[in-house]
Ligand binder design. Structure first.
Ligand code: NAI
Ligand code: MG
Length: 326
């Protein structure tokens, strides 16, 4: 039995979680779901955006399935990633048939380091009108994420890993990251390795994304580049993610609580459904994940989608379409 903490959170987080659960219920899998609260509403109710019981349950469980938080996202999901030491953030960007997007043939997995870099929050005001931020890159952190990227490539039968950095300018921090990636690559002779400067890579991604397979990069570059990649294949409503550590894992769509559409029942459930697929693959339920993904793609092709994808279905109606096709 896998014990899963389910945190729907705020706004459309709840709506897409219900939709994904409806799809998941098509299978009889050994999951025990423990539903917990966190987010803006939890803050109002309990005075804490991430109540202690929720955090304790997350630490006890085998994985966390997270919807979205609102304004308290930093105190909830960013904190959870930190507390659960999920050092690898995996963000696939894949084009699906039936989706009107910039490229029809993109299949990239971005592996973003999740614990170091400028996002450590080491920011200071050192004088009036002068601020500084400290960028932390370690050999250990870089090695861990580089190995993770190559292992993922091996497991998924992917051919190439590309490291993104800016080592010509940030000679120490990015230099270390690049050198460690190069060294780790030597242990995986069957997988091609190359590296690009992050700025050039952004142009290549827009003009010729097919040249990428697995991307490995530092925290902030990974954050930016993964949104760029999501934009190539149809945007936030379709972008799933996983945060993986040695002991814990958190699965969450990339999008937030979308207050502009929350409560209307029109949120696109695809990102959350694809997030569930990532969770299933994590527990080696690969064929179940593949069946859900295929059913979702058929639903796209038939145009039975929510308004953001050009259809006129509600969130739960689209989920029922997917479930029906499984
Ligand atoms: P957002 O992702 O919530 O929304 C951005 C835009 O994309 C909105 O126009 C929204 O309607 C649309 N959108 C997002 N997901 C969609 C879906 N599944 N179906 C259809 N349309 C979708 O980001 P935004 O507006 O920057 O932030 C809103 C709130 O969410 C803020 O309070 C922010 O702090 C929080 N947030 C939470 C995150 C998390 O919990 N991981 C991540 C990003 C933002
Ligand atoms: Mg981001």
């Amino acid at each position: 039995m896998h014990r899963i903490t389910v945190i729907p959170g705020d706004g459309i987080g709840k709506e897409v979680m219900d939709a994904a659960m409806l799809v998941l219920e098509k299978f009889d899998l050994p999951f025990e779901f423990v539903w917990m609260e966190a987010g803006d509403e939890a803050l109002k109710k309990y005075g804490k955006a991430l109540p202690d019981e929720t955090l304790e349950e997350c630490l006890r469980s085998d994985a966390v399935l997270f919807g979205a938080a609102g304004e308290t996202a930093a105190d909830v999901i960013v904190r959870l990633r930190f507390e659960l030491e999920t050092f690898a953030n995996i963000r696939p960007a894949k084009s699906y048939r039936g989706i009107n997007c910039l490229y029809k043939d993109v299949d990239i997995v971005i592996v973003r380091e999740n614990t170091e870099c400028l996002y450590k929050g080491l920011e200071f005001e050192i004088a009036d009108g002068v601020t500084e931020g400290i960028r932390v890159i370690t050999k250990k952190g870089s090695e861990r994420i580089a190995k993770f990227a190559f292992e993922l490539a091996k497991k998924e039968g992917r051919k190439k890993v590309t490291a993104l950095h800016k080592a010509n300018v940030m000679k120490k921090t990015c230099g270390l990251f690049r050198d460690v990636c190069k060294k780790v690559a030597l242990s995986y002779p069957e997988i091609e390795f190359n590296d690009y400067y992050i700025d050039a890579a952004c142009m290549y991604l827009v003009m010729n994304p097919q040249r990428f397979d697995v991307i490995v990069t530092t925290n902030m570059f990974g954050d930016i580049v993964s949104d760029l990649a999501a934009g190539l294949v149809g945007g936030l409503g379709l972008a799933p993610s996983a945060n993986i550590g040695e002991k814990h894992a958190i699965f969450e769509p990339v999008h937030g609580s979308a207050p502009d559409i929350a409560g209307k029942g029109i949120a696109n459930p695809s990102a959350m459904i694809l997030t569930v697929c990532m969770m299933l693959r994590h527990f080696n339920y690969t064929s179940e994940a593949n069946r859900i993904e295929k059913a979702l793609e058929e639903t796209f092709v038939e145009g039975k989608t929510t308004p953001d994808l050009g259809g006129n279905l509600k969130t739960m109606e689209m989920a029922r379409e997917v479930a029906k096709k499984i």
